[in-house]
Design a protein around this ligand. Sequence first.
Ligand code: ADP
Length: 363
Amino acid sequence: MTKELKESQLLLEEEEKNRTLAVISNFTDGLLVFDKENALSLINPQAEFFLKIKAKEVIGKSLSELSNSPNFRPLVNLLMKKNKEIFRKELTLKKNLILEVSIVSIERPKKENETLVILHNITREKTVERMKSDFISLTAHQLRTPLSGIKWGLIMILKEDFGKITKEQKDILEKTYFTNERMISLVDSLLDVTRIEEGRFLYKPTKEDLVGITEEVIDLLKGIAEREKIKIKFLVEGNIPKVKVDREKISFCIQNLIENAIIYNNPNGKVTILLKYDKTKNQILFSVKDTGIGILRDDQDRIFSKFFRGTLAIKKETVGSGLGLFVTKNVVEAHQGKIWFESEKGKGSTFYLTLPVKEKNYA
Ligand code: ADP
């Protein structure tokens, strides 16, 4: 290689390096790189700003040295805990600074692995989320009392406490009563969602028989199933041991899954409910299979998100809040169980949930 060629290659390499450094310096996320000994080898200006620290004070320091700095400590705690890569972990540095932390390993040929830490500011999103949640909570609380007032007023009139009513009046009042009940259950779901998000959704576990709970729920939904021309089959495999659950909340989950299987079914369709005990895993498996509309592949990732309603479901049934599965998932996970589903457009869906039989702590 000629001298000129070598010089121009060096210039090119220098230029490439400067460009990379400029990109890192101007990046709107905070970036930190730790070497294989966990010493800090790079920190960009945005990370300096988030952590209120100067690069020259921290470069070359190990994780334990960095933990002496109060601003660095929460991040160091997270880094020390990690034994694998982290994706979008929320970290509150102070009340007005919430970061989303991702940790990835940088693999380069013939070089020791380094660790890249990315800090993304999500304070604004979190503030908006909290404002929305406060608004929902306030509205739901304000609506609950008048709706209960309407309910009891209607019950008294329907029971003819204030005098006889005609058949037509009774029919209309009954329809009004059921519409009001729907509103009450929507408001209750909204209150449940805010309680879940604020960590105030409390559990009262007692030893329960899931076969009995499921039978009660099926009985409650018999009317809707008949109206929709759906056949319900309930299978119990083996002896089902009693489990410690919050009866009211688990009943809600079972009802939500069976009700969805009826509503999102086709006329003359089938719903098959199965309850079985898996001895090796010491857990109960509950599943609800339907022959209904199914869930589009594109919608499947969001099915447990609050307020999400699938495209096919919106077409079939205009009424719905998209809150049932969000609450159900939270309740099942608080019981240390799992929930998932399989579904295919036009062929139907099967929702599964497991509940461990052993004594458990509630989240
Ligand atoms: P809602 O039924 O009020 O819309 P859910 O949270 O219970 O709310 O369900 C969320 C969404 O999941 C539904 O809107 C629907 O798109 C989909 N879904 C749930 N269960 C079924 C089912 N058995 N078949 C097809 N879609 C379903």
